[in-house]
Ligand binder design. Sequence first.
Ligand code: SIN
Ligand code: FE
Length: 289
Amino acid sequence: MNSQIVEVPATQWQLPATNSNWINALEQGKVLYFPTLPFTLGEAEQTLLTPAVLEENVRNISLAAENQLKGAAGDEHTKVLLTQMLKRYRTQSAQLIYSLLPKYKGALRCAPTSYRPKTVEARKQSWRADDRRMHVDAFPSRPNRGERILRVFSNVNPDGVPRVWRVGEPFADMVETMLPRCKPYVGWQAKALNKLGITKSLRSEYDHFMLQLHDNMKADMNYQQQAKQITMPFASGSVWVCFSDHALHGVESGQYMMEQTFHIAPEDQYNPNISPLAHLSQVMQRPLV
Ligand code: SIN
Ligand code: FE
């Protein structure tokens, strides 16, 4: 199972060269781990290493692609520092992704950048929202019709505390176990959810099954404990990258993480035939979007 993680010995965000093994591993749903690639905070930015920068009752601070800052408490100076730190993270993440996957240039859509200063262990959430349980990312209100979710994470913990993830079995193996438990798609229900504004656009059959897989995995404590998995401590001063709609993951512990999301259409991948949409369509023998 160790093979679900592939290490990349890079020390710069602009990789001097890429490698088809890394590209294939990523597109196959593995996690690329860069153990020696820190995201460095400036001296003034060190003051942001406290959960006190969060507004009450929020989990993350985010910077939308158009640069609006959300979730931050504190004075203007703090907000300027946060914006600067998040923008730099976005720039460096794009540099990393474009040097790792040059073909993605021009095809990526930038989603918000986030900073997560809270301790994972302190979270209180419903089982469905609890990212400590292994899952693939699928969002109830934001259908994506198979568009990929590519994420760049960095542990910026100043005290050397790792961010510990559990990384699960390959997507296809999980689908074999979970798909028989998924409820069928009901077209009129999807239309009603859209009309009521519960979803931002029409939930496709693909989106329905991704949510069902997400929920069925999280609901099954036996699966959570017994399914093949490895516990992976991502060191402070490291980066990891994965397609989070494809790589099974759950977070056990840690504090202070940066995250950048990008989206890409599966047609624009190196191998357009490897994606959750391609796999589910093949298993179900019909188009799902
Ligand atoms: C996630 O499940 O995408 C969150 C992971 C984390 O907070 O480390
Ligand atoms: Fe997740």
